[in-house]
Design a protein around this ligand. Structure first.
Ligand SMILES: Cc1cc2nc3c(=O)[nH]c(=O)nc-3n(C[C@H](O)[C@H](O)[C@H](O)COP(=O)(O)O)c2cc1C
Length: 346
């Protein structure tokens, strides 16, 4: 299957299926000398794994990450870093009912149409379990960003139309969805502080284009705003433009409608992303569908599913953002001859 790799210099390849023996990631292009141990990674993978809360699946995934290569005496060596997460709570029988049927809203039909064969156990490669591997890689990107003074963080900001700042109303909405055997959409916001100006490229490798690709590579993402995003379509130029000004001897902007990126290149303001997740497709309520034999059937999906995706996906958004930014920062090292000469002549 093509398309399991992401990035140009800081390049990751994820592998493994939800109900196979393990999942993992190989990270090539990480600079040597970064202090790194398993706890640097687990603080991110722990945020993604099910926590038994009302917004999470009841599956148990300890998601312990083992470092197989690329680290010596506590530091990255510059060689490929290989990480493995063994699968533990595999109840493949939970999924036997979807072996022949296509879950509405999920990837099952597309997989069969493409490959003529599919690993139906938990969705195989289209399962969100794959995102554990990207989060493990993103944790390393996050550590690199922090070493450069760049802070990248994401959080759940709404469940349906209820702001996450109202946890009681959110809990009530989620409980109602559970009782109705239903699920609900959600919103995640990501902010990057301390990103220097001048990172990204002007044409096909625009920073915003690469962020959009990264976000839409996450399952269930159906929309993205960068800065004011879609609101710009109804704004006027006079209010949408961010006036430049000088602040402590540096160029800055008075407002940040653009979300820190203009012409595909960072302008030094905070990068702001708003990511929209659809409701979890696997719901227990009865649904109409079709099976592999092209018969119309009704199905009730068993198994354990997240009623709200954004709760566990915030850290995935954060880590995918970090991966794009680190790659852009490393690519940018070749943009100016004076800096190349400075580097090689000293
Ligand atoms: C963190 C996370 C958790 C998810 N949990 C589930 C789940 O428990 N059940 C499910 O059916 N889909 C879940 N999804 C969504 C599916 O992976 C996704 O909807 C499916 O692959 C179809 O792709 P699409 O919605 O991007 O078109 C989850 C996605 C993410 C990012």
């Amino acid at each position: 299957m093509a398309g399991s790799s992401f990035g140009t210099i800081f390049k990751i390849t994820t592998w493994g299926e939800s109900h196979g023996k393990a999942i993992g990631v190989v990270i090539d292009g990480c600079p040597a000398g970064l202090p790194l141990d398993e706890s640097d990674i687990s603080q991110y993978t722990d945020r993604r794994r099910p926590n038994g809360g009302s917004m999470s699946t009841k599956r148990i995934e300890s998601d312990r990450v083992e470092i197989l290569s690329g680290i010596f005496e506590g530091k990255t060596t510059g060689t490929p870093i290989s990480l493995i997460i063994r699968n533990e709570d595999q109840r493949s029988k939970d999924y036997s009912q979807i072996a022949d049927s296509y879950r509405p809203g999920h990837a099952d039909y597309g997989f069969d149409a493409k490959y003529g064969f599919r690993d139906y156990r938990g969705g195989g490669r289209s399962s969100a379990r794959e995102t554990a591997a990207r989060v493990a890689a993103g944790a390393i990107a996050q550590k690199l960003l922090k070493s450069m003074g760049i802070e990248c963080s994401a959080r759940l900001t709404a469940v349906g139309d209820i702001p996450a700042s109202d946890p009681q109303a959110v809990e009530a909405l989620v409980n109602r969805c559970r009782e109705d055997q239903d699920s609900i959409g959600s919103t995640v916001e990501c902010t990057v502080k301390g990103m220097p100006a001048g990172i990204g490229d002007p044409v096909f490798e625009k920073l915003d284009a690469n962020l959009a690709k990264a976000m839409f590579s996450i399952g269930a993402v159906k929309g993205l705003d960068i800065g004011d995003g879609h609101l710009a379509a109804t704004a006027k130029g006079s209010t949408n433009n961010d006036a430049f000004r000088m602040e402590d001897g540096k160029v800055s902007t008075a407002t940040n409608h653009a979300g820190g990126i203009l012409g595909g290149i960072s302008n030094g303001s905070d990068i702001r992303l708003t990511v929209y997740f659809k409701p979890t497709p696997s719901i227990a309520a009865k649904q109409n569908t079709v099976n592999r034999f092209h018969e119309e059937i009704e199905m009730n999906i068993k198994g354990r599913h997240d009623p709200v995706i954004g709760a566990r996906a915030a850290v995935v958004v954060e880590c995918m953002t970090a991966l794009v930014l680190v790659d852009a920062l490393l690519l940018n090292m070749t943009s100016r001859l004076d800096r190349i000469l400075d580097f090689y002549q000293h």
